[in-house]
Design a protein. Structure first.
Length: 346
C-alpha cells in the first residue's frame, strides 16, 4: 500500500486520462466528416476540447498531428516533472525509444544532405535532448558516441554499436536495431526491480515488443547484405521467441519460413493469418498494432503499478495514428480506406 504515498495521485491521473481515449462511436462520427474543420468540431466534444481553436482554416493534417503530439507531451511532462524515483526513471525509459528514433532520423537525413533544421522539426518531442543538434558532425559510429552521445542517457545502449565504419544505410539500420535491443533488455530488467505487479504487467508487453522486432528484422533482412550471423546479434533476448524461436528465425530464408516459425507460438500464429494487400485486408503491421493495443489495455486491469503510464502513452500513440489516418483520408477525399484504423475501446 506504500505505492500510493508517492504514486497514487499520478496513477489516478493517468487512469483519468485513459477514460478520455476515443471510443468506437467517436471514430464512427469522425469517419462521417467531410472536411478537417468538421472533424475539429467533433473533437471539441471529446477530451481533446479546443486544442485546435487557434488554428486557421483550412486545417492541414500536419497541424492536426503536431497538436495531437503537443497534448500528449503536456500530459506526460505534467507527471514527469512532479514524480519521484523510481517512477521518474520509468518515465525516462519511455522517452528513450523516441530518442533512438530521433537519432536515426537525423543520421539518415544528414547522410542524404537534408537541412538540419528541417530534420529537427520532424523529431518526436518526447525524444528531444540538447545534444541532438550536434549529430551532423559525426561520420562514424565511434565519432557519434565520443562527440555526441557519451553524455546522454543512451550512452550505455550505444557501447555495442561503436566501430570505425562509415555511416551508411545498412550500418544505420544495424545501429537502430542494436540500440533497441540494448534498450528493451535494460528496460525489461528495470521493470523486474519495480515490484511484482509492475513486472507482471510490463514484462509481457516488452516481450511482445522484442518478438515483434525479431520478426521485422528477419523479414526486412531478406534481399539485403545482412548475414544470418549479423541477424542473430540484433535480436532482443527477452521475448517468448528466445532462445529456440530466435534460432529458427535466424535460419529463415523467406517469408513463408517466418510464418512456419510463428505457427509454433499460440500468441503469434493468429497474427500471420488472413494477411493481404487488398483495400480491406489487414497487414502484418496492423495485426501487430492490434496485439499491442490488447496488451496495453490489460495493464489497466491491475492497480498499484507503473505499467499504466507506459500503456497510456502507447494507447494515445495509436489513437493519434488513427486520427491522422482518418484526417489524411478526409483531406485527400479517399474514403474507401478510412475504416482501416485500429479501434481501442468499444
Amino acid at each position: 500500500m506504500s505505492f500510493n504515498i508517492d504514486n497514487g495521485y499520478f496513477e489516478g491521473l493517468v487512469r483519468g486520462f485513459r477514460s478520455g481515449i476515443l471510443k468506437q462511436a467517436d471514430y464512427m462520427n469522425l469517419c462521417q466528416c467531410e472536411t478537417l474543420d468538421d472533424m475539429k468540431l467533433h473533437l471539441q466534444t471529446t477530451d481533446y476540447g479546443n486544442f485546435l481553436q487557434n488554428e486557421a482554416s483550412p486545417l492541414a493534417v500536419s497541424v492536426v498531428d503536431e497538436k495531437l503530439k503537443d497534448k500528449l507531451i503536456t500530459e506526460f511532462q505534467h507527471i514527469r516533472k512532479q514524480c519521484v524515483e523510481p517512477l521518474a526513471t520509468f518515465l525516462d525509459y519511455i522517452t528513450y525509444s523516441y530518442m533512438i528514433d530521433n537519432i536515426i532520423l537525423l543520421i539518415t537525413g544528414t547522410l542524404h544532405e537534408r537541412d538540419m533544421h528541417e530534420l529537427l522539426a520532424k523529431c518526436h518531442p518526447l525524444g528531444m535532448f540538447p545534444e541532438l543538434g550536434s549529430l551532423s558532425i559525426a561520420s562514424t559510429p565511434a565519432e557519434l558516441y565520443n562527440s555526441v552521445l557519451v553524455d546522454t542517457p543512451l550512452a550505455p545502449f550505444f557501447l555495442n554499436c561503436i566501430s570505425e565504419q562509415d555511416l551508411d544505410e545498412l550500418n544505420i539500420e544495424v545501429i537502430r536495431n542494436t540500440l533497441y535491443k540494448e534498450y528493451l533488455e535494460s528496460f525489461y530488467n528495470f521493470c523486474k526491480e519495480c515490484g511484482p505487479v509492475t513486472a507482471d504487467v510490463m514484462c509481457p508487453i516488452l516481450e511482445f515488443e522484442a518478438d515483434r522486432r525479431a520478426f521485422n528484422i528477419t523479414i526486412n533482412s531478406f534481399g539485403t547484405e545482412l548475414t544470418k550471423d549479423d541477424r542473430v546479434k540484433l535480436y532482443p533476448t527477452i521475448g517468448k521467441l528466445y532462445p529456440e524461436g530466435l534460432g529458427k528465425l535466424a535460419e529463415c530464408g523467406d517469408y513463408e519460413e517466418v510464418v512456419r516459425v510463428a505457427e509454433y507460438y499460440a500468441d503469434y500464429r493468429p497474427l500471420f493469418d488472413g494477411i493481404g494487400t487488398g483495400s480491406g485486408d489487414k497487414t502484418l503491421e496492423d495485426k501487430f498494432f492490434e496485439r499491442e493495443v490488447h496488451l496495453n489495455k490489460l495493464a489497466f486491469m491491475q492497480q498499484f503499478h507503473y505499467g499504466v503510464f507506459y500503456a497510456y502513452v502507447k494507447l494515445k500513440e495509436q489513437e493519434m495514428r488513427n486520427i491522422v489516418w482518418i484526417s489524411e483520408c478526409i483531406a485527400q477525399r479517399h474514403k474507401s480506406k478510412i475504416d482501416n484504423y485500429i479501434p481501442i475501446f468499444e
